[in-house]
Design a protein around this ligand. Structure first.
Ligand code: ARG
Length: 401
């Protein structure tokens, strides 16, 4: 094989060794692409490390705004929680990174893209199915899956070739992060009975026991204000993360079904994602007509599964998103969240100019516009089918007796 490959580069051990290995073993020129999705870190240092590892080019993409608009907004609109609990942190960033890998592959005339995933996880599926969906002509290389080196051997490889890595011989956890949250795997966490040790938490560590009310404002399903102040979406998410996280809110501890057939124990901390999903779905309760709300909530788990499974660019995911987006027209208004010590969160208020809540209809007080006598006939006809059935049952059971 010869030519160019575009590698999704994180700056860690595996992808640094991958840069050198693809050059040495496959004879490829490696273009390293690091995408900033809000994981934090020094991207200039990451760029320098890629070049030092032997990349012919190192590109840093500041993707936070685009990631938030194009991936987090649709996921929030879908109240997206895989297996009812996981807000799809890594599952959302992978197709976004793929979009940029493919763009860089075109820009640099590369014939392949590469990633640093192992063979046991979901992320390989997302990188590869994503690439197949956007660029069926590109080859895919997964060095970490194919080189067969243990972690020890990978470190030895880096040392032998003088690659600039920060060596932690006993890596305790495997962590992935972006604006939407932080994922933690491996180490002691592989025992699903073992309580997560304190050192896994970062974003959801209680820093104050002061309860706080926070108001999130939405326009057509998109969060646009925090306590009345407009904020660009990435900042709004970070600020929400800080407020909720500093009250200890946002932790998830679950056993999850991977696409590759493995059950795995996962720890997540997603203060902003869980807060915003709770607020958004509450506002839908106020603003969406009943049938639309119910139908939408039946489609949401499918959206989450498709996203989890790396099917972001599939026609079904896109069609579901088109439906969901059209449902969001009137999801405008404000939701008040109350954070309490020990990681508690409650929605304590909501209001909307498009709210379907009508006090005069809902109240049990006083005279109102609702014509009570209409209910009598309505209920009789509504129950007519089961009444007829029940009467027949009586006849049948008497006959059987
Ligand atoms: N289990 C989660 C998922 O599949 C988290 C994956 C984290 N990825 C990682 N390379 N550490 O979405």
């Amino acid at each position: 094989m010869s030519g160019r490959v575009v590698l999704a580069y994180s700056g860690g051990l595996d992808t640094s060794v991958a840069v050198h290995w693809m050059r040495a073993e496959l004879g490829l020129d490696v273009v390293a692409v690091a995408v900033d999705v809000g994981q934090g870190g020094d991207f200039e240092a990451i760029r320098t490390r890629a070049l030092a590892a032997g990349a012919v080019e190192a590109v840093v993409v500041d993707g936070k705004e685009e990631f938030a608009q194009d991936f987090l907004v649709p996921a929030l609109a879908a109240n997206s929680l895989y297996e009812g609990r996981y807000p799809l942190v890594s599952a959302l960033s992978r197709p976004f990174i793929v979009r940029h890998l493919v763009a860089e592959a075109r820009r640099h005339g590369a014939g392949a893209v590469a990633h640093g995933c192992t063979g046991k996880g979901n992320d390989q599926v997302r990188f590869e199915v994503g690439t197949q969906s956007l660029a069926p002509d590109l080859d895919i290389i997964a060095p970490v899956r194919s080189w067969g080196m243990t972690r020890e051997e990978t470190i030895a490889y880096a040392e032998k070739h003088d690659l600039p890595i920060t060596i932690t011989r006993e890596r305790i956890y495997s962590i992935d992060e972006n604006l939407w949250g932080r994922t933690i795997e491996c180490g002691i966490l592989e025992d699903p009975w073992a309580a997560p040790p304190d050192d896994v938490w970062e974003r959801s560590v209680e820093r104050t026991t002061e309860p706080v009310d926070t108001v999130v404002g939405f326009t057509s399903g998109i969060p646009v204000t925090l306590d009345g102040s407009p904020l660009p979406l990435p900042q709004l998410i970070s600020e929400m993360d800080r407020i909720a996280g500093s009250r200890g809110y946002g932790r998830i501890d679950m056993v999850e079904g991977r696409r590759v057939g493995i059950k795995s124990r996962e720890i997540y901390e997603c203060p902003a994602a869980l807060s915003l999903i709770a607020a958004h779905s509450d506002l839908e309760g106020l603003t969406l007509e009943r049938d639309l709300l119910h139908e939408k909530s039946r489609l949401e788990p499918r959206f989450s599964e498709l996203t989890y499974d790396g099917m972001w660019f599939s026609p079904l995911r896109e069609a579901l998103s088109a439906f969901i987006e059209s449902s969001q027209r009137h999801v405008t208004g404000e939701v008040r969240l109350r954070f309490t010590p020990g990681g508690g969160m409650q929605i304590v208020g909501r209001r909307s100019p498009h709210g379907l809540y009508d006090y005069d209809l809902a109240t049990y007080d006083a005279a109102d516009a609702f014509r009570h006598e209409d209910s009598e006939g309505f209920v009789r006809i509504f129950g007519l089918g089961v009444k007829t059935w029940a009467a027949k049952q009586g006849v049948n059971s008497r006959r059987d007796a």
